[in-house]
Design a binder for this molecule. Structure first.
Ligand code: GLY
Length: 317
């Protein structure tokens, strides 16, 4: 991103502790201090003050609290703003963004609790206006595709842009070379074109001539997780649900397995219930009504999926 001028958090990488300490003395706070290696998701500190940043650098580089992961430390600008997930199709010549979506990453209501893979989603994302979409196409999507080509690594398929809409414009937080989970569960139900045609087009370089239409409606997906997730949780509870779910509702089974004809939980995020409707409030209501029809012991789910999006729509009105 730095090499190709794609907007992301400003950052510097250090292997020399004295240089890292000198940098954090004057870096704008808050700043993000990261051990540049695997640290079981724990090697990231958001330092509010210069003292805190200095302490984090010392604990990573001098005291090696994250072992060798702390040999290289990344000090990054702290970004703030609504997050948007944009899944896109690309054949290396054209990028076609799918309908925008909003993930809910924390385990508990009110965006509290531990980070998870995602506890629910809505689409579209109200923060992602047409104007922001145009800006992202120009400053992020096309430059990313061009950068991949320039690196000799043409990307064909589904490219996921994790964006933050900051006061200084949209910035990339992450890329994934895959669909998002549970973003896909709200994005693809709104796709009106044939997904297989689009997949062939991404492979054959004919995406520009291939129709990719999304409905004007909305979707909401609520994840049912097993008690304890994302920390310790048990497996093997029987899952029951009606043979037919209400209209415009789908159940996407994920962390489960079939054993002797019974569907048993086999993961933390067990399944997602998606509902589509003309407008978001109806999609949220329908998803929650359907969630009530699915049962397994120790199941839990967030009760506020979509509320952040509804608030954003109200602010807009
Ligand atoms: N829901 C976030 C992801 O798929 O990475």
């Amino acid at each position: 991103m730095k090499k190709y001028g794609i907007p992301t958090a400003a950052y510097e990488v250090f292997t020399d502790m004295e240089k890292a300490l000198a940098y954090v003395k004057t870096a704008p706070m808050p700043a993000v201090v990261k051990a540049d290696g695997l640290a079981l998701g724990k090697g990231v500190v958001i330092a509010e003050t210069h003292e805190e940043a200095e302490k984090s650098v010392r604990s990573m580089m001098e005291d090696k609290v994250f072992g060798e992961s702390g040999a290289r430390v990344v000090i990054e600008e702290f970004l703030e703003g609504p997050e948007v997930s944009i899944l896109s199709f690309t054949d290396g010549k054209t990028v076609v963004p799918m309908v925008s979506s909003m993930d809910h990453k924390r385990a508990l209501d009110g965006d509290k609790g531990l980070n998870t893979g995602g506890m629910g989603t809505v689409a579209p994302n109200p923060y992602y206006t047409d104007e922001i979409a145009k800006q992202c196409m120009k400053t992020i999507f096309i430059p990313t595709m061009n950068a991949m080509n320039a690196e000799g690594r043409t990307f064909r398929g589904c490219l996921y842009f994790g964006l933050m809409l900051t006061t200084r414009g949209p910035k990339v937080i992450e890329y994934n070379c895959r669909f998002g989970d549970p973003e896909t569960q709200v994005v693809l139900p709104l796709l009106e074109s044939d997904l297989v045609d689009i997949m062939f087009a991404t492979r054959n370089g004919t995406l520009a001539e291939t129709p990719v239409h999304f409905s004007d409606g909305a979707a909401c997906c609520v994840i049912l997780a097993s008690g304890g997730y994302p920390a310790k949780y048990e497996k093997g509870f029987e899952i029951t649900m009606p043979e037919r779910m209400p209209e415009n509702t789908q159940v996407f089974v994920a962390g489960a397995k079939l054993e002797d004809g019974k569907l048993l939980t086999n993961g933390g995020r067990v399944l997602g219930v998606t509902a589509t409707a003309a407008k978001l409030p109806a999609a949220i209501d329908a998803a929650y009504k359907s969630v009530e029809l699915v049962h397994f012991d120790n199941a839990f789910y967030r009760k506020d999926i979509g509320q952040r999006a509804l608030k954003a729509y109200k602010k807009e009105a």
